[in-house]
Design a protein around this ligand. Sequence first.
Ligand SMILES: Cc1cc2nc3c(=O)[nH]c(=O)nc-3n(C[C@H](O)[C@H](O)[C@H](O)COP(=O)(O)OP(=O)(O)OC[C@H]3O[C@@H](n4cnc5c(N)ncnc54)[C@H](O)[C@@H]3O)c2cc1C
Length: 655
Amino acid sequence: MKDIIIVGGGTSGYSAALILKTRFPLINIKVIKSDKIGIIGVGESTHHFGEFTDFVGLDRLDYFKECDATVKYGVYFKDWGSLDFLHSTNINSEIQRGQFRAFYAHCLLNDIDAKNMTDKFKWSNLICQKESNNEFHFNTFKLNIFLEKKCLERGIEIITDEITEVNIENNNIKNLNHKYSADFYLDCSGFKKVLISKLGAKWISYQDYLPCNEAIAFQTPDTDEYNSYTLSQAMKCGWMWRIPVWGRWGNGYVFDNTLIDADQAKQEVETYLGHEIQIAKNIKFEAGALDQFWIGNCCAIGLASSFVEPLESSAIAATHMQTFLLLNYLINYNEENQMAYNEKTKAMMENVRDFIIMHYITDKEGVFWKKAKHLPRPSSLQFNLNMWKNRLPIRSDFGDYKVYFEMNWIPLLIAKGLIDKNKVIKEYKLMGEELIKNVKKEIVLNQPKNLIKHKYFLNCIRSNLFKIKEDKELNYTIYSDQNIVLNNDLYIKSCMDAKERFNYYFKDLDETWNYRKYNIFSLTSGCPYFYKLQNNITDIVRNFLKTKDPLWMQAWLNYNETNKFEDWHNHEESTCHGYVSIQPGLSKTIFENYEINNEIGQIYIGPSLNKHKVEYTGDFAHPRITVGFDVFTNLDFLDMKEKYRNNINLGMISI
Ligand SMILES: Cc1cc2nc3c(=O)[nH]c(=O)nc-3n(C[C@H](O)[C@H](O)[C@H](O)COP(=O)(O)OP(=O)(O)OC[C@H]3O[C@@H](n4cnc5c(N)ncnc54)[C@H](O)[C@@H]3O)c2cc1C
């Protein structure tokens, strides 16, 4: 196989091109897209995305910046039943017995309901750096530009042309528009199915099982803070998605058009939001998938192959999965390979279909909700529901190349009361006290730490050092240092190492009070993170003092293991004073005329005479780690010698 043509330059076409080019760099790949037709322009929430970016080698920081991405920890189901809950797969204990997921049994045993199974921070616009992240929100148009750029960088040819003729010979595509030919073709042309429909593929509708068939999409303005989840808000005749991306929100109402039309959907949204909206897109769809995804020398991927509905943002994840699967069958394919691929993709789509249908099993009142609950269920779903009534789903219930595994199904089944809690608890108890104790221990150990606000985190990603606040009247400025936010663990570790070095030389002395004996930047020599920090502080200081004259800086480590901090004080000998929050915990610094809520990575600089003290605003959970610095102008070497004699200040370095 020498060349592949992909028709379609949407998320599917470009993702598939990158995946194929990564695995087979020697194959020529062309993407043909039509700017007149454009992309569908919706679909801004995804999961499994980290697997794609890692495989094709995309830098997540670039992706965040260029696609206006935000963090997603799951989907928040609001008003879908008596209990709101978050479908999130990050849990605090990974312990398994065989494939039995003990965390969930622990929750059932301890009466922790579906809402409380998820860490509280995920509901409150906070980010935990430690949580691995495989899910994102993004601006779909910017993602398209980003993926196109990456394709071009990797030698994938992109042609703008509309395919109007698909010439077929012996059940294979011979050429397109009599102009383009290749050994293999991917149909990524979206709902138009430009290639695969010509090869005779038929649409198998899932509409008998699923209630929604139309959506309106609209944008709303930016907000001061962002959710770290996709909101799925139950509405009268469907549900509304609300997705934060940098600079705006993407929203939509997915509904049953046998009950309401787009105008009524718009009105309901406006009443709910309390303001008018402009419909950007109105899309009708029929849930379903092709009977054959791969026919002859053509395979359909993305919307051209299947679409269930926007709930749980399954489509892009399924697209990636379909392409990853294809990699294994493509090069030396024969009929059996095609059959195997088609079978596996069919099972993948049925996994998505069944998972989505399960969401509508709810006791919510209303014509739509009653209708949705009583729609027929596929036998595969009913079989699994019967089986899982008595036990937790396990990985091998799913096989490979699926979109939703036990970690997705279990929280949903628990939230909906579809698992017999007592049976699971009985099984768990039979595994013995030791296991129960270990799970408990791991949950405590894995409690999330060092949380930061979502928008603050995104700001940090978007610029190396950014000004959060400047008060010209009170003469202070607060910055955020991207390095500290993104590598917080490494900074904390470096501070711990610095403390160890300090204690080696100064035994039990306190690092704060002995600031004259050392400088944190010499104590951390060899540490690249502190090297960067010193450079940033130097820039900040020079900008604050607006001088190119010689400056000296005394900088020390504060490592408070109790919540006893210094009372009101200032740094009167110096010209200006500042501090860097490495692990501030829930603390604030109170100055006489203002207060600062300390966040990870924040660098404060202000006049040295400002009196201040530190207070905790919540529980003191771990050492408070900061770096303090005083800057001096006009130091005189001879004067200092006179003044300090044998007690010379070793804490100064020139900057
Ligand atoms: C209402 C709605 C909400 C959704 N929400 C989500 C979500 O939150 N998460 C998620 O994962 N998915 C979501 N999806 C699905 C998601 O939008 C798609 O999976 C994704 O955008 C990929 O689309 P695509 O590339 O397959 O198709 P498209 O974006 O439609 O791209 C098709 C491409 O083919 C080209 N093309 C078409 N015809 C021709 C032709 N004749 N000649 C040349 N080129 C042609 C077009 O120009 C375009 O470049 C949603 C879908 C809908 C309908």
